[in-house]
Design a protein around this ligand. Sequence first.
Ligand code: NIG
Ligand code: FE
Length: 420
Amino acid sequence: MKADLIVHNIGTLVTSRELEKKSKGDMENIEILHNAYLAVRDGKVLALGEGNIPESLKEEKTKLIDAKKKVVTPGIVDSHTHLVHYGSREDELPLKIKGVPYLEILKQGGGILSTVRKTRKATDEELFEKAFGVLDRMLSFGVTTVEGKSGYGLNLETELRQLETNKRLNENHPIDVVSTFMGAHAVPDEYKENPKGYIDEVLKMLPIVKEKKLAEFCDIFCEDAVFDVEESRHILKEARKHGFKLKIHADEIVSLGGAELAGELGTVSAEHLMAISDQGIKDLYENNVIANILPATSFNLGKDYAPVRKMIDTGLTVALSSDYNPGSCPCENMQLVMNIASAQLKMTPTEIFKAVTINAAKAVKRDDTVGSLEVGKNADFVIFDVENLNYIFYNIGINHVKDVFKLGEQVLTDGEVSYV
Ligand code: NIG
Ligand code: FE
């Protein structure tokens, strides 16, 4: 079969294909090729390898792109974001700088609840336009798949509007959007005196969301003064009965036992884990739960980082994501997340690329189609304007992404979005 497109003269090709594992998580075991080519046909990877392009792949109309010895990687998967919401919260910055804790701002009716008020008032068009702009910027940093959670509606109508916006974004933007229902993100103002009543509301939303096919995953904010372990267990178990795959915001700020619950339920992933216990790490390992780490949130909140080296040494499968949201982490830049992972979490470039490609794809159950460049998988890839992988983690704070391809189509050209 002949290729539509061949990228050749690639200095370093991170395929993210997993090689034979030396331990259970083995964060270093991805394939990295040198002096390589990547051939695409009908939006899928047709062939790849080291050395010259095999003549058998070429025909007259095959488009050739010279990568000029630069780095090519799979499209980055941002597997944890709170994509659709309205407004911003820079008004909380002085409080944050003075040291008022994140959960205290929430208790006073600010934080998530202030975004809920703005999101409920926003029109569908406003929600769509804001998130569309965010996706363009994420794309410019090399992201081709994004997970997005609801959780700023906290009533049926606006939760559904958020999830419908995810669907519309998925259909209209080159980035794939994986949708997660997170009605249990906080207790809304109107249920302040009756939080159990809100849990009943969430339970009623589950079958409606599922019937409308608006979300694959269900997530919950298991946190001190938000939803405790028992409530989280109840909601997640009900969600599973309705066919949702499970995620949990666990041990983000207070060590509550969220990771232990993730292990008990065998969720797909547990998110944040800044305050995880040793038992929690063991439970995630034994139950094959992916540890989804969000270091830009720790950076932005001035909190401790999750104990990633300990997790990797234990053998956990670690993913890295942005946690893009209007409060704890208004960050659309996955390269900043990767820079923080290098400098602060002491992850190696190989571990980081594994965490933002194949492991992140596993965290959203898309590893059959994205997350690595292998024959038959989607031709989603990024050309970084650098000569080796280390450079991305050495020259920090700037965007090294030059070109992005989604299903073999160029959607970012010289740093500018270029899809039609
Ligand atoms: O993942 N932890 C809960 N949710 C978000 C923050 C949401 C917000 O502050 O608006 C998070 O950090
Ligand atoms: Fe989050």
